[in-house]
Design a protein around this ligand. Structure first.
Ligand code: AMP
Ligand code: MG
Length: 357
């Protein structure tokens, strides 16, 4: 299959979106930009479209999809009830990078929800995503538009690398704004439970809804005996080809340890990468030093993280050493992705102050 890539800007963009909506209407697949990452969209009410999404991504079909809507009016038919805490969260954060888990209504097929009785729903803020969903007149099921196990795509080029030839169309809206997937919040229980950290922080959730907590299973290693409530969290996501390790501790000690680990691997003939913030880039001289962003604005780190991981793959890095980025409101989300990408390899650098995520 030939994958058509179209820009979303201007009059041509409007035509591209109209064509994309038509593709969705007849059961096809279209990747599109959102404010978080690029999504791979299909008709959320069509079991066959769901099957095609799983096949295109190589994703296990027990890993449920998120339904995307373009107005709050589209929510009630998809769910059995809307708890008051959900109303408060939607008032505060929709449209935006927040997915809510509700009890599903009968019209949502189990093929879309990975067999679950609950359904994940998001109202994205990206204008092209909204236009596409509105024109299609459907809830659009859309997981991240990457091959399963690869970092989520933050540009149309990333989508083409992974899914070119497997889907009908890619809408190109340039690099996305946030760069990490949405915060997923289960609102079917007594309090809002964060199943996946994202740009909306626990603090913000508590402020809007009066309460909130993390699913305890997502805070430790997956083999700690707790089963994450978001099925996707149990897979080793976001995996670069290189062996990635995160070094934690005081800045001086971290820089020293990373430099010495990198030198050791380089002496042994390996291609070595280092992932660091602007603040410490001058401390390293390995072959592939990537500056992911600045600690002063941790959203820059979220924005560039997946691109950097993909670049290490392209440049065939065999070992990558990364600093930890756990400060600020997005620290939880950044470390959640980075720790998984590292397969939970966390090396304390000594010098005290070690925080094992
Ligand atoms: P992605 O769209 O690739 O970011 O993945 C969506 C993730 O949302 C899945 O991997 C699940 O972990 C989570 N999810 C979707 N639906 C549900 C649900 N009904 N209950 C819990 N988690 C869900
Ligand atoms: Mg994904």
């Amino acid at each position: 299959m030939e994958t058509e890539i179209r820009q979303v800007k201007g009059e041509e963009g409007r035509q591209a979106i109209a064509k994309a909506a038509e593709i969705l209407g007849r059961g096809g697949l279209v990747a599109f930009p959102t404010e978080t990452v690029y999504g791979l969209g299909g008709n959320g009410l069509d079991p066959q479209a769901a099957a095609r999404i799983y096949a295109a991504k190589g994703r296990p079909s027990d890993n449920p999809l998120i339904l995307h809507i373009a107005s709050r009016k589209e929510l009630p038919p998809l769910v059995r009830e809307i708890p008051p805490m959900a109303e408060r969260l939607m008032d505060a954060f929709w449209p935006g990078p927040m997915t809510l888990i509700f009890r599903k209504s009968a019209c949502v097929p189990r093929e879309t929800t990975g067999g679950l009785e609950t359904v994940a729903i998001r109202f994205p803020s990206h204008p092209a995503a909204q236009a596409l969903i509105r024109e299609a007149g459907l809830p659009v099921a859309a997981p991240s538009a990457n091959l399963s196990g690869r970092p989520s795509p933050t540009t149309a080029q990333h989508v083409a690398e992974d899914l070119g030839g497997r889907i009908e169309m890619i809408l190109d809206g340039g690099p996305v704004e946030i760069g990490l997937e949405s915060t997923i919040i289960d609102v079917t229980g007594a309090i809002p439970l964060i199943l996946r950290p994202g740009a909306i922080s626990l603090e913000q959730v508590r402020q809007a809804a009066g309460d909130g907590a993390f699913d305890p299973a997502i805070l430790g290693k997956p083999d700690a005996g707790l089963r994450p409530r978001a099925p996707g969290m149990k897979y080793r996501h976001y995996a670069p080809k290189a062996e990635l390790a995160i070094v934690t501790g005081k800045p001086e000690a971290v820089a020293e340890k990373i430099a010495s680990l990198a030198a050791e691997k380089q002496r042994a003939g390996f291609r070595v990468g280092i992932l660091c913030p602007e603040e410490s880039q001058g401390r390293y001289d390995a072959a592939l030093v990537k500056t992911v962003g600045t600690r002063a604005h941790e959203e820059t780190i979220a924005h560039n993280l997946y691109r950097c991981l993909r670049e290490f793959d392209q440049e065939q890095a065999e070992f990558v050493f990364s600093e930890a980025f756990d400060e600020g409101p997005m620290g939880e989300a950044i470390m959640n992705r980075l720790v998984k990408a590292a397969g939970y390899r966390i090396l304390p650098a000594g010098g005290g102050d070690e925080k094992i995520p």
